[in-house]
Design a protein around this ligand. Structure first.
Ligand code: HT7
Ligand code: ZN
Length: 884
């Protein structure tokens, strides 16, 4: 495979200033005519014009109306004799939307036409300079059969519509904003729209539309509300208004990712758009709100200012994830609900991004090299990238960050820029700040892969009344980066007395204490900070709010963690203490190979959390949940997935048994009354009652008592919303209760026509706890179910990814059958959809840490995939890195 390197970037020899596209849409063969105005880029030497094109049938090439000679080499169309001045290039080609199972470029789904052009899909529609630094103004004419495709959409404003001969019609769209080809979109089909007119603070009127298939209209209310809230928020928080008269969102059920931010025409996976109380869970509602916001926020961070090249992907993705996380926190409103958002984000970062950063595919937030850019839409670029943006905000303050954003847009609106440009804008807007003092060191977050380890040790001197906090960072090697330099780590902290009081924080040399909460900045390998006027040996609460994406070793024991769990004013660290208490017990059991016995100190602490009169139910649910198996695995140098699973199962059973009366109390006292609302208050109660129910059913099933399983079945049948229905069903399935079978059957029959709910049905079975190989056997059986298909990415993810990615105990088998299954599925998927296959291939990233016999069996399975001659670039790159 060819590797693309960041250091090789050169600007294009021509700019494309305008594009006139005409589509004669036909599922089997669509005719595309493209007329482009090219302008010579004097900054680079002249040479042949090389256009990208894949899976196209070229019909003609004209320059200034005359045919020219050209060559086709691989995926390039090369014109050697191009004028040295500006010219008009006209290209005509066809493509086959019906055959496009990769879902990149122009494809059909459910009888309609849809596009996905990021990152390099536009070249599967027509020949073009398909790179993000080439920004053009698009005019698009769509022609199609009117009865089959009554709705014809593209970016920007509708200029014209007309009926044509033979039952066809046309629509002409114009987008006044220059954009890279990856933001182009078209949609044609039999769709209906929910519409809403809004007037923004700036006094402008806008039309918002959400287009879906006819039966889905009533499931679009939440997405529309989320869109309106996003428009309002971006104007209020960052002064960024909606810049289009019309903003369209479209749902499609075949889609490789969550959604896509095409200018003025966002396209969404239906799983990230459609919700009704009967078909979607609280988590779905929350996810939809954040993805709708994410895509909307891209209009400024991504579209108005875009990436110079794909190595800069985190410039738009990290920043936009940060913005959607901030939005979700602001929507959550109460301090406790904000903390719950932060905890959920950090949980996801640690169980997805940390393993990535320690594995075969580890890469910096701004990668240096890739074979297939689709493989770099990763937790590192997105979620770690967002943490990097969050650290800017921590270092310059919220107001300073707002100023930095304003300067970024003042300097770069309408441009394609780099991560360096962003960093410079934030620093320049905040001269003298903790960031500006050490910007070059801070930027190592973009160039160095891996998760820094932060060690913290405190020493109290009673005579001097000082507390010395020594911080040390270690940056472990990653593939291709053996030696690293220290990074800038903002450490938000507080000090607590043993009885839980927040202590004033005064550093040596300061005239007085500066509050009870502050940020220290570590920017070298080791640094000590001396606090003065400290009356007693404190308990440090470090890295509050998870102020940097690092692994913290603070050396705290149970006694100190219990103080934090009870008293810390930082809800994140309170939760963290609950997880640390569980983690140390789980790790001791796994490391010693001994059965886990939860002690009274731990159980009493958990009981106190559960019964706490003031804590939020949503917080309680998170604190009482055990660390997930992927995160536990990350703490170990040799990983035995079965041993981890056994320890987690024992912990769960003991927590269920010891707190049985408390779970029953929690279940009875947190029932939601009134109509369904997906808000933090109601969803927090549902999270806690569903956790309680799962514990009660688990304990009852293990002790042969039928009461709670019976109640769960009844609740499953009577539920008035999907969160409670799934909660009860999941409790039965996870406990392997006898009633799980009739419940699953009933669920399938009840939701036969609802694709997104059937996905849940597959996913629940794919993620079911393993018991004597039954789960694995069932997944293999379900892969043959008449509702199952690898062609629909949501369905493939619901079953196959659930098993291979989210069910370690069912997947990692001593007989290697899980790995054999994985290899088969990767190969089968690769022939259909390389992007999705590439994602599944990632499951084996951490194979080198596996214990015997898993390790050798995993290697064999990877080698099996590698041996296949015709692998996509996507899968090849991942497999090559795994075997490197
Ligand atoms: N920017 C979008 C990325 C995306 C994508 C990338 C590769 C292949 C398919 C894709 N669909 C969407 C989504 C986002 O981050 O908002
Ligand atoms: Zn994005």
């Amino acid at each position: 495979v060819t590797l693309i390197r960041r250091e090789d970037y050169v600007a294009p020899i021509f700019w494309i200033r305008t594009v006139d596209l005409t589509f004669d849409l036909d599922p089997a063969k669509t005719l595309v005519t493209s007329k482009m105005q090219l302008e010579r880029n004097a900054a680079v030497p002249h040479g042949p014009l090389r256009l990208h094109g894949e899976e196209l049938n070229l019909l003609r090439v004209l320059i200034n109306g005359e045919s020219v000679s050209f060559r086709q080499e691989g995926h390039e169309l090369i014109i050697d004799n191009v004028p040295d001045a500006d010219f008009v290039l006209e290209i005509r080609n066809t493509c086959c939307p019906d055959k496009n199972t990769a879902l990149s470029g122009l494809y059909t789904s459910g009888g309609g036409f849809f596009t996905q052009c990021e990152a390099e899909g536009f070249r599967r529609i027509t020949y073009f300079l398909d790179r993000p630094d080439v920004m053009a103004v698009y005019t698009v004419t769509l022609r199609a059969d009117k009865s089959r495709f009554p709705v014809l959409l593209s970016n920007g404003n509708l200029l014209d519509t007309a009926d044509l001969d033979n039952g066809r019609h046309m629509a002409k769209w114009h987008d006044p904003f220059p954009k890279p080809s990856y933001l182009f979109a078209l949609v044609a089909g039999d769709l209906v729209a929910r519409e809403q007119r809004i007037r923004t603070r700036a006094g402008k009127d806008h039309l918002l539309q959400v287009y879906v298939r006819r039966g889905d209209l009533e499931k679009t209310e939440h997405a529309m509300n989320s869109l309106i809230a996003s428009v309002v928020w971006d104007e209020a928080r960052f002064n960024l208004p909606l810049d289009l008269e019309r903003f369209m969102v479209v749902g499609v059920s075949d889609f490789n990712m969550g959604a896509m931010e095409n200018k003025g025409l966002n396209i969404f996976n239906t799983s990230a758009l459609l919700a009704s109380p009967a078909t979607a869970t609280d988590a779905d509602f929350q996810r939809i709100e954040s993805i709708v916001a994410h895509e909307y926020f891209h209009n400024w961070t991504g579209n108005r200012v875009t990436c110079r090249d794909w190595f800069q992907l985190s410039l738009k993705e990290g920043l936009t994830v940060f913005r959607d996380q901030e939005f979700s926190m602001d929507m959550a409103a109460t301090p406790s609900a904000r903390a719950v958002c932060r905890i959920q984000d950090v949980r996801a970062l640690r169980s997805m991004q940390f393993p990535e950063d320690a594995g075969a595919m580890a890469h910096p937030v701004r990668p240096d090299v890739y074979a297939e850019i689709n493989n770099f839409y990763t937790p590192t670029v997105y979620e770690k990238g967002s943490e990097v943006v969050r650290m800017y905000q921590t270092l310059v303050g919220r107001e300073g960050f707002g100023k930095g954003m304003a300067l970024y847009f003042e300097r770069h609106d309408g441009q394609a820029v780099t991560c360096d440009d962003f960093a410079q804008a934030i620093a320049d807007a905040n001269p003298g700040s903790e960031l500006s003092k050490r910007l070059d060191t801070f930027k190592r977050w973009y160039s160095q892969a891996g998760t820094p380890r932060l060690q913290a040790r405190g020493q109290y001197d009673a005579a001097a009344r000082t507390y010395t906090l020594s911080l040390q960072q270690v940056n472990p090697p990653s593939p291709g980066q053996p030696d690293k330099l220290p990074q800038v780590i903002p450490v938000a902290l507080g000090l607590l007395s043993r009885d839980g009081a927040a202590l004033p924080l005064q550093l040596d040399g300061e005239a007085q204490a500066a509050g009870t909460d502050r940020v220290l900045v570590l920017d070298s390998a080791e640094q000590s900070f001396v606090f003065v006027n400290v009356d007693s040996a404190p308990v440090p609460s470090l890295l509050r709010g998870f102020s940097a994406p690092v692994v913290l070793d603070d050396g705290l024991g149970d006694e100190e963690l219990l103080v934090l769990l009870k008293h810390d004013s930082d809800a994140f660290n309170r939760w963290e203490a609950s997880q640390r208490l569980a983690l140390s017990r789980l790790l001791t059991s796994v490391r010693n190979g001994q059965p886990l016995r939860l002690d009274d100190a731990y159980l009493d602490a958990m009981r106190a959390v559960l019964r706490h009169p003031d804590l939020d139910p949503a917080f309680k649910a998170l604190a009482l949940q055990l660390p997930d198996e992927a995160y536990i695995a990350e703490q170990l140098t040799v990983v035995d997935p079965q041993a981890i699973h056994a320890a987690v199962t024992q912990a769960q059973e003991q927590l269920a048994a010891a707190l049985q009366a408390d779970w029953a109390w929690a279940f009875e006292t947190h029932q939601v009354s009134g109509g369904y609302q997906p808000d933090p208050v109601q969803s927090g109660k549902r999270a806690l009652t569903n956790l309680a129910l799962s514990m009660l059913v688990l304990h009852a099933t293990r002790s042969g008592d039928g009461v709670w399983p019976g109640r769960a079945y009844q609740r499953f049948k009577d539920a008035t919303n999907m969160t409670d229905r799934m909660g009860a069903l999941s409790a039965l399935v996870q406990a392997h209760a006898a009633l799980a079978e009739p419940a699953l059957e009933r669920f399938h029959a009840q939701f036969k026509g609802e694709a997104l709910v059937i996905d849940k049905w597959f996913a629940l079975q794919g993620r079911a706890t393993e018991l004597d190989g039954k789960t694995f056997a069932r997944v293999k059986q379900l892969a043959k179910h008449s509702d199952f298909t690898l062609k629909n990415p949501n369905r493939a993810r619901s079953l196959i990814f659930s098993l291979c990615m989210f069910n370690p105990a069912a997947f990692h088998r001593t007989d290697a059958a899980g790995y054999v299954f994985w290899a088969e599925q990767v190969l089968a998927l690769d022939a259909i959809n390389p992007q999705v296959a590439g994602r599944l291939a990632r499951v084996m990233d951490r194979w080198t840490t596996l214990a015997t016999p898993y390790r050798s069996a995993a290697r064999e399975a990877i080698a099996r995939v590698a041996a296949k001659a015709e692998l996509s670039n996507d899968v090849r790159e991942i497999i090559d890195r795994q075997l490197a």
